[in-house]
Write a protein that binds this ligand. Sequence first.
Ligand code: NAD
Length: 356
Amino acid sequence: MSVFSAPAFDQHELVSFCSDRDSGLRAIIAVHDTTLGPGVGGCRMFPYASDEDALHDVLRLSRGMTYKSALAGLPLGGGKSVIIGDPRQDKTPALFRAMGDFVQSQSGRYVAAEDSGTSAADMRLIAERTAWVSGIDDNEYGGDPSPNTALGLYLGMRCAVRHRLGVDSLEGLQVAIQGLGHVGYCLAAYLRNNGAQVYAADVNAANVQRAVDDLGVIALDVADILSQKVDILAPCAMGAVLNEQSIPKLRAGIVCGAANNQLATAENGAQLQDLGILYCPDFLVNAGGIIDVHHQRLGSAESVKQEHIGRIETTLAEVLRRADESRRSTHAIAEELAREYLQAGQSQLQALAASN
Ligand code: NAD
C-alpha cells in the first residue's frame, strides 16, 4: 500500500496508523494542514473492504476538512480519523478508549468529533483518555452537531433557490433526500416546517418510517431517489454519489447535501455545470457541524454560533456569483476561495509572529 503517492495524499502533514492488540482497534489518523489551527474532523467507523479503501477515505476527508474550515472562517486545520470495523457489531468501550489513547498520542494536532458510524456516547469514551475530542456536551442535542449541519444545508438551499429560481423561500418546492440519518432527518424537519414537499429514501426502513410518521415525508425506493424529478436533490448518505453513471440520470436543478466528497472526481463538478445543474459544494454547505463543534469547545453563546452558521449563505452566494462570472464549476471556485482564505490566514499569522 502506497501512502506518499496515494492519489489523495496531497502533501498531508501527518498520517498515523494504529493497531491495538488488546482492543482490536485498527485506525488511521490523517492531518492534512494545520496552517490555521489543529486538524479537527470526525472519527468515522466503517467496515472498509481493504486498508487501501480506508486510507483513501481518510485522506480525502481530511483534505476536505482543510477547505471546509478555511471557507467557514474557522481557526482550524484539516484532519480526520477512521476506525476499520462495523459500527453495528464491532463497537466496544475498550475500542473507543484505545482510540482515545491514539488521539492523545498526536499531542493535539488532531481533534476528534462524531461522524458516520460513531455517536456522542463513543466520543465520551474517547474523552476518558484525551481532551482532544468534541461533541460530548450534554446539551439539548447531546453534543451532536448534525442539527446545525442540517441548518447550514437549509440556508445553502435558500441561497441556491434565490440564485437559480429567484424565490426567497423553499415553500412549495420539492426536495429529495438520500439518507435519513442524523443530518437527513433534521434537514427533512427544517424543510417540512418551511413548507417544502420532501421525498426521501434510506436503506434503513426504520429511519424512513420515523420520517414518514413524524414529518409527513414521502418515502421512495432507494434506487429511485437520485433520479427523482425535484427542485433540489440532497445527498445525505455517502460520498461519490455524483459520478459518471449517476449524473446523466439526475433530474434535479440543484444539488445541495451533507455527504462529504459527493463528487467522485473534480471533473464531475464540471459535468454538472455543463448540464446546467447548480451544485452547492459539499464542504461549503455542510460546514454547520464543524462550526457547531468549534463553538462547543469555546462555550460560545447560541446567538454567536447561529450568526456564524448564517455566513454559509453569504459565502455560497459569493461562490455562485464568481462561478457565473467565470463560467467555471462551483466546486473549483469554492476550492479556490478556500485557498485564498488559507493564504490570507497564513499571512495574518506570519505578520503577528513578526510583530512579537
Ligand atoms: P448517518 O450515518 O447518521 O446517516 C446516513 C444515513 O444514510 C443512514 O440512515 C443510512 O442508513 C443511510 N444510507 C446509507 N446508504 C444509503 C443508500 N445507499 N441509500 C439511502 N440511504 C443510505 O450520517 P449523518 O451524520 O446523517 O451524515 C450523513 C452524511 O453527511 C455523511 O456522509 C457524513 O459524513 C456527512 N456529514 C455529516 C455531518 C454531521 O454533522 N453529522 C457533518 C458534515 C458532513
